[in-house]
Structures are given as C-alpha cells and as structure tokens.
Design a protein around this ligand. Structure first.
Ligand SMILES: C[S@@+](CC[C@H](N)C(=O)[O-])C[C@H]1O[C@@H](n2cnc3c(N)ncnc32)[C@H](O)[C@@H]1O
Length: 239
C-alpha cells in the first residue's frame, strides 16, 4: 500500500488515498448530504472506474441523484456508474465483478440486518473496504442516569427502555441536534420500526464489537480510528 503524501484531515480520505490508486472504486450510500460522497476523492487519488450505489430511488429521490450528478459536473468528473439498490440486494452478475475498493459510511447502523449488510459488502469488495459506522460508548453517564454496555455488546435501539432512551437522548442531542440539527430516529425521537426502513437507527455496536463483526464477515482490520468525538469508527479492511 502507498502512504498518502497529502495532509488529509478526514480519516476516510486517508484510507481511500492509501489503497485506491489504479483500482476500481464503488461507494455505497454516498448520496445523502451530497458533499460527503467519496467518488470524487477516489477519482482524485487515481481510481480507474467509479460507481455510486445507493438505496435512494431514482424516481422518488431523484433530487438526491441530481445533486450528485451536479456535483460530479462541478468537479469535472464525467465517467461514473450509478446503481439504485439496497446493498443487500446486489447480485455479482449485476456488477460483473467485485470492485477493488469499496467505501461505505453512515449506513450500517441504519440497517436492520447489519451482519447481512457486511456480508453483502464483502461480496462486492475485491480488495479493500473503507467502512465507517456510528458506534456506542461503553459507558454513558449524565443527569438522567448511567447506561453501560460491555465491549462485546451491540445495542438494539428498538429495545431501549424509556429510562435508557432518556440517558441516550441527552447524550446524542449534543452531537446530532445541536451539532448537525438532526434528530436520531429511535433515540431522540420515536421511530416506527419497519424492516424495510433505513431511516431509524437500528443497532449501535461498541468499537470492539464492530471490529469483530467485520472480521466475522470475512475482513481483516488493517487500520481503524475513532472519529466524531468517539461516536464513529472508521476502518480500513482487507478481504
Ligand atoms: C446517513 S446517510 C450517509 C451519507 C454519507 N455516506 C455520510 O456518511 O454522510 C445514508 C445513505 O445511505 C443510503 N442507504 C441507506 N440504506 C442503504 C442500503 N441498504 N443500501 C444502499 N444505500 C443505503 C441512503 O439513501 C443515504 O444516502
């Protein structure tokens, strides 16, 4: 692997820069927010083929795809593929062969079947996966009480009791509502849990549990780092 020669502040960009030169690249779940996409980062660091895969429908959520196309035009990127699919539904025949490098951030904790999602990511990854997910702290303590989970734990958000939800609401409000102006569906606001809905937060692993989940799905952890005030873990994984 080549070490980056640039001072990149985003750990996800650093990981992509380390492995993507001369490789095919796909991003899974990069549409929301538009500017968080990593297709342009992969292009900048020498990816040979670019693909965006997102569950957002090309009709109902056409504005998300349009914002992505507009951004690609603004960055002078004209060759890339787009697939509107749930990652768990992708068939290898549809994409031809696995992508050398896959990036996926902000999706795992929104999926009702996280292990199935990791297995799906493993299936489409030829060499490296750069994965980022929100995680839970092992101890969260504030004026509402103390929430504790062992390092091996994965929080199932729909199962939280009201008192646990109150502790977690105080905790997550500072990072989501105050910092990003967004609610956490299932924690700071109630969620209607349907198995085909990727908007609520479903599962929050500890950092330790997330590394283990990746290993069980068939990846080797090459590097990892905490981000977002220790509320997310980014991993550079190899197959
Ligand atoms: C919370 S946003 C994360 C956006 C960006 N990657 C980031 O980190 O800021 C989740 C994105 O993943 C997409 N998504 C959610 N579930 C998905 C799934 N099962 N398969 C593919 N894309 C999915 C959503 O449409 C959305 O664009």
């Amino acid at each position: 692997m080549m070490a980056p020669q640039l001072n990149l502040t985003d750990i996800r960009d650093q990981y992509i820069a380390r492995v993507v030169q001369g490789k095919t690249f796909a991003e899974v779940g990069g549409l929301w927010g538009t500017v968080s996409e990593k297709v342009s980062v992969a292009k900048q660091f020498g990816a040979t083929e670019l693909t965006m895969i997102d569950a957002a429908s090309m009709t109902e959520h056409q504005y998300l795809w349009q914002a992505f196309h507009d951004r690609m035009v603004s960055l002078n990127i004209d060759k890339y593929h787009c697939l509107s699919l749930d990652i768990c539904d992708i068939q290898i025949e549809e994409i031809g062969k696995p992508y050398d490098v896959v990036h996926c951030a902000g999706v795992l904790y929104h999926h009702p079947h996280p292990m199935q999602m990791l297995v799906a990511l493993r299936k489409i990854t030829g060499q490296y996966l750069v994965l980022t997910s929100a995680i839970t702290q092992e101890v969260i303590e504030n004026e509402k009480g103390r929430y504790q989970i062992p390092p091996s734990g994965v929080m199932f958000v729909p199962a939280l009791s009201e008192s646990e939800r109150e502790i977690l609401t105080v905790y997550w409000e500072q990072f989501m509502i105050k910092e990003r102006g967004m609610a956490v569906m299932g924690i700071t606001q109630p969620a209607d849990y349907n198995l085909d809905d990727f908007a609520p937060w479903w599962w929050l692993p500890t950092a330790h549990a997330l590394r283990s989940m990746c290993e069980v799905a068939g990846f080797k952890v090459l590097d990892n780092g905490l981000t977002w005030h220790n509320n997310a873990l980014s991993l550079l994984l190899s197959v």
